[in-house]
Design a protein around this ligand. Structure first.
Ligand SMILES: *Cc1c(COP(=O)(O)O)cnc(C)c1O
Length: 391
């Protein structure tokens, strides 16, 4: 979708002409007679501000409908509620940690079985799929090693047994990747990341391909109630106004940063789908509109936690924090932060070495980001004050 179309898919207010979307901070709506209303009756079921956000996101992804939730995980949870005991999921093996926790500690207990496979090779999905498989769950690119899976090929495999393909499109964003056009049935977003884009809210979105799925998700959203409030809907809409501009700049910055890291003597391996050396570079190029995202991960030649600590506490512009996708650059050390709950052995198996560092490039000037990283390589000591003192 072009920047023009995105911006103008956000309506002005038909009632007053307000150019920005009003925040309807209300719990209920007056009815003319019992059951006779203006399209809204209670704010869990629907809210005009949320309605606008959901419409805009459905258009952004070329879907039938979209549904806004309190967090990305609440959106994932709503999709899992399509399942019954005995159903099976095939999921990408380095799935987002929070999704892994929800699958394992909530849904497996309720009788859902999850098979984790390396979906970068679609044959691995074909090998375990069966008539019990109801969902195939992929992220592309993944976190933090930026693995890329072939959405179109996997969608054909999913369809062969009538399973739904779910794509967590958080990293690619709707700017780089349109999973529904590639054959996905459902899309997940953590709106907290690129779509919100300012590190000032948590939000989640589900996009559906068909009217039948929309009806089921609408039912689940209302029945379970994990909706996004009107202020956060407003902020998410405001984020979407600049999504295209931000994402393009973040991709440019990540490209420049990846090129710098590849040539640095202290760096061992760089994970970035834009590099021709990336295992699935060709697929990324094809299915991501030539955009490779704003995230770059890398390992150090000195592959220790101490070396990583020294690096991540000595940057200035890159702030040490979880999350990603905002206008300010962030960095994190997944083994101690986002992926700390995964045992070391398992981490190493999926390529998360002790020194792995993940960068989320913001919209600063590329050269400033590179200079910041360059000086952090020369740091001799761990600093305890990274986040607060330097800026
Ligand atoms: C952050 C994230 C989520 C979870 O979203 P929250 O808004 O934090 O609940 C899900 N998937 C991916 C890929 C993420 O990065």
């Amino acid at each position: 979708m072009s920047a023009t179309k995105i911006i103008h898919s956000i309506p002005s207010d038909p009632l007053t002409g307000a150019i920005s979307v009003p925040v309807y901070q209300t719990s209920t709506f007056i009815q003319d007679a019992p059951g006779v209303n203006k399209g809204y009756d209670y704010a869990r079921s629907n809210n005009p501000t949320r309605h606008v956000l959901e419409d805009v996101v459905a258009k952004l992804e070329g879907g039938n409908s979209a549904f806004a939730f309190a967090t990305g995980l609440a959106a994932i949870d709503a999709v899992l509620k399509l399942l019954s005991a005995g159903d099976e999921i095939i999921a990408v093996d380095d799935i987002y940690g929070g999704a892994y926790r929800l699958f394992t500690h909530v849904y497996e207990k309720l009788g859902v079985t999850v098979h984790y496979v390396d979906t970068t090779d679609a044959a691995n999905v074909a090998n375990v799929i069966s008539s019990k498989t109801k969902l195939v769950w992929i992220e592309s690119p993944t976190n933090p090693t930026l693995k890329v899976s072939d959405i179109q090929t996997i969608s054909i495999i999913a369809k062969s047994v009538g399973a739904l393909l779910v794509v967590d499109n958080t990293f690619a964003s709707p700017i780089a990747q349109q999973p529904i056009a590639l054959g996905a049935d459902l899309i997940i977003h953590s709106g907290t990341k690129y779509i919100g884009g300012h590190s000032d809210l948590v939000a989640g979105l589900v996009v559906t391909k068909t009217e039948a799925l929309s009806e089921r998700l609408k039912f689940i959203q209302n029945a379970s109630g994990g909706i996004l409030g009107p202020w956060d809907c407003f902020l998410t809409i405001r984020g979407i106004e600049t999504l295209e501009l931000r994402y393009q700049k973040q991709c440019e910055n990540a490209f420049a940063v990846a090129a710098f890291l590849v040539n640095h003597h202290a760096v061992d391996e760089v994970f970035f789908p834009g590099l021709v050396t990336h295992k699935n570079h060709d697929i990324a190029k094809r299915q991501q509109n030539g955009l490779f995202g704003g995230i770059v991960s890398f390992t150090l030649k000195e592959d220790t936690q101490e070396a990583a600590n020294r690096f991540v506490t000595n940057t200035s512009y890159f702030k040490l924090a979880e999350s990603l996708g905002g206008v300010k650059s962030l960095l994190c050390h997944p083994p101690q932060m986002t992926h700390a709950s995964i045992p070391r052995e398992k981490r190493l198996q999926s390529g998360i070495k002790d020194s792995l560092i993940r960068l989320s490039c913001g919209i600063e000037d590329a050269q400033d980001l590179i200079n910041d990283l360059n000086q952090a390589f020369t740091a001799k000591h761990t600093s305890k004050t990274q986040n607060y003192v330097k800026s």
